[in-house]
Design a protein around this ligand. Structure first.
Ligand code: ADP
Length: 345
């Protein structure tokens, strides 16, 4: 009896929360994965609200919606946000080596090219390599004193702010953090970095579905995930497990980037689909998420990745560069109204 009453209350609350619309994305806050840990205890509602720094207006809207419930004495909303950061996006993959970090760093550079302020969080604790991809060697991380405590100061390369476990680790020492240590490092990253004002924070997630990934996804206000795969990877269980993980937390998958899609012949320009074709499309259809782009195999991606020469901002035209820029424009079109709205305030 008690259980069914609790269920009824829960459904009632979810129905009302679904009436709160995030104006830029034109979708409700439940579908956007912003409401988590909803609990109803006696006549009190508790929830966590995962938002960007420009979305604080949602809190009074929720309070006002839920105030129509006659049985509810009070609603407690815990705001979860990364200070100064508007839109947090994650880049993920089922397995390592598919080009997840390459995609993250090139999308960051391409978003920067659109005039956005961009930060990169290298959370790939098992193989952090973004500093190298941005042309940074081992650098000392500075800690600064702020009114809210000591904070790590991100590095900056090519106009992109960067924080990485690779920067905290001692050179040449393999990272083998596990369990509570890993959890602590990750939550520290999320809360203790002084990003300043960012339009976008891109999180390069570790591959797979372990502790680290789940912690980051649960603890951060991720607006959506970009899934990177290669054509031959799509049939694999890793990719599906990855998707399942996001769906469980309620974080939307924004789309799929198929990397290493084909090789372009240097002489005649014809395409060879080394790893097969149609895989990304098939996965996109299954997921009902868009195929954001197909990136060809390009040796300049590989050589540039070691020296900080990013193909997305290279002066040489290439299909890979075009695709990264197209994806960045699409992302910016989806999320930028919020950024513009906030700028005009
Ligand atoms: P992940 O983050 O998924 O482990 P990386 O982004 O580190 O993968 O890429 C693995 C390797 O493959 C790197 O050496 C990178 O330069 C290379 N690479 C990634 N995408 C391409 C591509 N489209 N063409 C050529 N080399 C690529």
């Amino acid at each position: 009896m008690m259980q069914s009453k609790a269920n009824f209350y829960q459904q009632e609350v979810v129905q009302l929360l679904k009436q709160v619309i995030e104006p830029t994305l034109n979708n409700d806050i439940v579908s956007l994965g912003m409401v988590r840990n909803l609990r109803i205890v006696d006549d009190y509602i508790y929830l966590r609200l995962y938002i960007g720094s420009h979305q604080h207006h949602l809190q009074p809207e929720i309070q006002s919606k839920l105030s129509s419930l006659s049985w509810c004495k009070k609603t407690y909303i815990q705001i979860c946000t990364i200070p100064g950061v508007k839109t947090t996006l994650a880049v993920s993959s089922g397995k390592g080596g598919v080009g997840k970090s390459t995609t993250a760093v090139n999308l960051a550079a391409a978003l920067k090219l659109q005039g956005a302020k961009v930060g990169l969080l290298d959370a790939d604790v098992y193989g952090p390599n973004l500093p190298q991809m941005l042309g940074l060697g081992q650098a000392d991380i500075q800690v600064i004193n702020t009114p809210t405590g000591d904070k790590f100061l991100p590095l900056e390369a090519q106009g992109i702010k960067l924080m990485s476990v690779g920067l905290l680790a001692e050179a040449n020492r393999p990272l083998a953090w596990r369990g509570p240590v890993l959890h602590k490092i990750i939550t520290q990253f999320l809360q203790d970095v002084e990003w300043g004002e960012l339009d976008y924070l891109l999180i390069d997630l570790p591959p797979g579905t372990g502790d680290a990934q789940i912690t980051i996804i649960q603890e951060s206000p991720i607006c959506g995930v970009i899934l990177v795969t290669t054509p031959q990877q799509v049939a694999l269980a890793d990719v599906r497990r990855n998707i399942y993980m996001f769906r469980q937390v309620g974080v939307p998958v924004l789309g799929i980037v198929e990397n290493m899609s084909y090789l372009i012949c240097g002489d005649c320009g014809s395409r060879t689909y080394i790893f097969g074709s149609g895989g990304g499309e098939q996965l996109a259809a299954e997921l009902q998420a868009p195929l954001l782009g197909q990136i060809p195999i390009d040796k300049r991606i590989c050589s540039g990745g070691d020296t900080g020469n990013l193909i997305a901002v290279s002066e040489h035209t290439s299909l890979a560069r075009e695709v990264f820029i197209e994806i960045a424009i699409a992302l910016n079109t989806t999320f930028s109204t919020a950024n513009k709205l906030n700028q005009s305030v």
